[in-house]
Write a protein that binds this ligand. Sequence first.
Ligand code: PLP
Length: 425
Amino acid sequence: MTTPTDRLAALRSAYIASHPASARQHEAACAHLPGGNTRSVLFHEPFPLAFTRGEGARLWDADGHVYTDLLGEFTAGLHGHSNPVIRAAIDTALDAGLNLGGHNLLESRLADLVSARVPSMQLLRFTNSGTEANLMALAAATAYTGRRKILVFKGGYHGGLLTFAGGGSPVNVPHDFVVGRYNDLAGAQALMAAHAAELAAVLVEPMQGAGGCIPGEPAFLRGLREATRAAGALLIFDEVMTSRLAPGGRQALLGITPDLTTLGKYIGGGMSFGAFGGRADVMALFDPRRPGHLPHAGTFNNNVLTMSAGIAALSQVYTPAAATVLNARGDALRERLNALCRAQGAPLQFTGLGSLMNLHATAAPIRSVDDLPTDGQPLRDAFFFHLLEHGFYIARRGFISLSLPLTDGDLDGFAAAVERFVDSL
Ligand code: PLP
């Protein structure tokens, strides 16, 4: 029997042999970037791939290999590489000049489009990333309530400075965090009761994305809505990833209205993007006409490339109909992959919702990161290198995010590669 560790060793040797140009690029990058890296999630041993080009749903690496892109830039690349409509919108913005240093005609149009899609965002402001959006939402919540504590959940990821994978991170911002267990409503209620008078907000992903595509159970999320209301704290939905799961985000699917929502990723049409917004009375804190208003700065907040690309993407490319179709295709793919694992009796499953999914090395139910096997990484690494060998690119942690240009043939090919992996175990 081949163990995942044996299989991984063979796959890694083949990877090293067939990617000399990526290896050289990594070595050169180490001169001035620590570990050759400027974005931690992209690094993996023995060295990461260096890409040279993307088109539609395809990627090319420095060694000339071509891959079907099933990562879709961790959800930001939903539209595929160089979508012509978005490309034209960027060209139009370029023609009118960059860095105007003032208001432009685009920012309010994008705000209107976002608010129409996510009506709980009565007022909103743009940032350059999802991280910044969450930092600003927390600032809004603490200022609005005059309280300091924030309830978050183990496994949650709200940006590089707000990460709770192992419960926290040395580079997190120094908010007064209380960490609960995801999908444990009774536990969250107990923590909220213990900190009620000091609790400013609950910050939660409607599905934990980086934590492994673990969906929040409707009763858990609804319970948080009721409990925050009772405690006078704000409920912040981080929909940076999950807003793509339906035309109005997961909040629309569940019929839950948070006080604040944060967005990011694909909404800027593939340009740097973030947004935070919600109840008009909370967001009015940032109204510069009001005495004592809160500042919110950012040179690139209303940059014309993002605004123009975002308008085109939301109004013409990721339309409500396109969102519904893509997520139905994702649901069908995930069910197909899980059926395949079950048929072989493999200790594997794909969790997730709609167009987002993650492989885990267990067939047991997963409700929080505490249910994940601690020794699952060799298997996920073997899966990652196996897929590269078969021409498919996903995240090393087993994360898959579908993009619009993927064809049914691409997904059939992927399912066949997964089947070969399961058979090989
Ligand atoms: N929130 C969630 C749920 C995310 O998945 C991410 C990024 O993966 C962020 C926030 C941070 O977004 P950004 O990388 O744009 O800072």
